[in-house]
Design a protein around this ligand. Structure first.
Ligand code: SF4
Length: 213
């Protein structure tokens, strides 16, 4: 049972106390969203939580090329409008900075990429009075889940804001079905040009081989 419902039941005769306690347990969550297909299933499970007030946050300068970035953003806008989800957009697109960080990151490009996106989310959450932050990066089976948690926890400490953790990967299949039935644009690679190459290189090499037979 949610804490709020428990309190309501126990203190049904004292509406003022209930009101004060509800204020206390309400979480204002800023949810970093990497794309609408990764958000659709977590949203389905969070949207009726009465202890959560969710705002979406777009910041993904890792998505290349630029037209792909715009297409994913537009897909998210449409979804948020349909679902009446407030959305904060940070549409910075510093390609040079992304490439520089990806090439020079001692822990690998994905770690630099997670850190940049999560830190911008936490900073925005803290500037706008949110109590919690989270990310749809926790939905993907292809991301380094443990590393994302570690970075998020470090940032939570640094910025004095709570990290809302859920293993959204359990909704993986459901997310695919929901996004397909909503006829949502579903991208075929993570975001950067490296991931695009990784996604298609083998495929085209195999195709070449076949055509030579
Ligand atoms: S593969 Fe994905 S997470 Fe890794 S750097 Fe590229 S866009 Fe970022």
């Amino acid at each position: 049972m949610h804490i709020k419902r428990f309190i309501q039941k126990r203190l049904a005769n004292n509406s003022f106390v209930i009101f004060m306690l509800i204020i206390e347990v309400q979480m204002k969550l800023l949810m970093h969203i990497c794309c609408a297909p990764c958000f659709i299933a977590p949203w389905e499970h969070l949207k009726n939580r009465d202890d959560l007030e969710i705002t979406g946050f777009w910041y993904n300068p890792n998505i290349q090329p630029y037209q792909e970035f715009r297409r994913r953003l537009e897909t998210l806008r449409v979804f948020c409008t349909q679902e009446k989800i407030p959305l904060i957009e940070n549409d910075s697109y510093d390609l040079e900075r992304f490439i520089h960080n990806a090439v020079n990151s001692e822990h690998g490009r994905c770690v630099a990429c997670y850190h940049d996106r999560l830190e911008t989310t936490v900073r925005t959450a803290s500037e706008h009075g949110y109590t919690h932050f989270s990310s749809t990066l926790l939905y993907s089976k292809f991301q380094n889940h443990e590393r994302i948690i570690q970075i998020a926890k470090e940032l939570a400490e640094q910025y004095h804001i709570d990290f809302y953790y859920e293993d959204f990967r359990i909704y993986w299949k459901e997310g695919i079905e929901l996004s397909k039935s909503a006829e949502m644009y579903r991208q075929q690679y993570c975001g950067c040009i490296y991931s695009e190459r990784d996604r298609y290189e083998d495929f085209y090499r195999r195709l070449d081989k076949k055509s030579k037979l």
